[in-house]
Design a protein around this ligand. Structure first.
Ligand code: SAH
Length: 221
């Protein structure tokens, strides 16, 4: 069946517009982020039985014990990545999941790579992204993103959708000069971190308290 991109009822454009209003109230000011969030139909990325909840501000299960992050978290992380810059440039996402965040990132850059360690989810992401005409440039890989994507580095932006105990040096090393990495760090208590590469060093900022699934190593079917 062809995906219903515009949606009806709880998946309608009006419901999506309300999500954007809520994001504004929650403090997301970057108009390009808000436009990208408005352009991507989140209901296409979740199971049909959950589609009516797609525009609520909540994470939702996507199978394989994983979740799609809440709209606010997706917007907030991309907002942080874009702070003080006009473009994301060459971008790496670690943890494609169902492909939703990759689709939003894809509205903001032409060069986007997203890696996922669970093959079944990667296939879901592939199908979901193929249904959207403006997302076909998103490149997906079945890979362990804890190692980054060295063959395609350096990246101007790196974003991880799963939490690590410590900031991974491999991801920092794959940042281009002035590149920015945003990711959740911690075990029982997690925080978003923003790491910027300057000419001489990496500058770390600890930001919001968050709750993410853990970044795991190795591949899964
Ligand atoms: N951005 C996703 C969120 C998915 S949740 C979305 O929009 O749906 C985080 C994802 O990270 C999960 O799918 C999980 O399998 C994946 N993940 C965890 N560790 C990983 C690793 N080392 N490499 C690649 N993906 C990983």
């Amino acid at each position: 069946m062809k995906a219903n991109l515009t949606g009806v009822g709880m998946t309608s454009l009006r419901t999506r517009a309300r999500m954007i209003e809520r994001l504004r109230q929650q403090g997301i000011r970057n108009e390009s982020v808000l436009t990208a969030m408005n352009d991507v139909p989140r209901h296409v990325f979740v199971a049909e039985a959950l589609a009516h909840r797609a525009y609520e501000d909540t994470p939702l299960p996507i199978g394989c014990k994983q979740t799609i992050s809440s709209p606010y978290i997706v917007a907030r992380m991309i907002d942080i990545l874009l702070e003080g810059r006009s473009s994301l440039g060459r971008t790496l996402e670690v943890g494609a999941g169902c492909g939703y965040q990759a689709a939003v990132l894809g509205r903001l850059t032409r060069e986007i790579y997203s890696v996922e360690r669970i093959a079944r989810l990667l296939e879901k992401a592939r199908t979901n992204l193929a249904a959207l005409p403006d997302s076909r440039h998103v490149r997906l890989r079945h890979a362990d993103g804890s190692l980054g994507l060295p063959a395609l580095a350096p990246f101007d932006s790196i974003i991880a959708a799963a939490a690590t105990a410590n900031i991974p040096q491999s991801l920092c090393d794959q940042l281009a000069p002035d590149g920015i990495l945003v990711l959740p760090v911690g075990d029982s208590e997690q925080y978003l971190y923003k790491i910027r590469r300057t000419a001489q060093k990496f500058v770390e900022e600890k930001l919001d308290a968050v709750r993410f699934v853990p970044l795991l190593t190795g591949l899964e079917k």
